[in-house]
Design a binder for this molecule. Structure first.
Ligand SMILES: [Zn+2]
Length: 69
């Protein structure tokens, strides 16, 4: 998907110029990429996974300890 920098109209990837403004179209993907670079989603998923694993280990340890005692 491409967007006209003047009228913000969206066009197909095959289009190069806006028929109304005659302006060169900009790739919408570039704008999305910049936003994603700030906080990568994979980082939060890894963090969640690590915390989830630690919580599970503590939970299992407590259940086993309570069972023995
Ligand atoms: Zn335009």
């Amino acid at each position: 998907m491409k967007t006209c920098p003047i009228c913000k109209t969206k066009f197909e990837d095959s289009a190069d110029f806006c028929p109304k403004c005659k302006a060169q179209l900009e790739e919408e993907k570039v704008v999305v990429k910049k936003e994603k670079e700030k906080i990568p989603k994979s980082f939060w998923f890894t963090l969640l996974g690590v915390f989830g694993f630690i919580l599970l280990v503590i939970l299992v340890y407590n259940i086993m300890y309570a069972g023995i005692a």
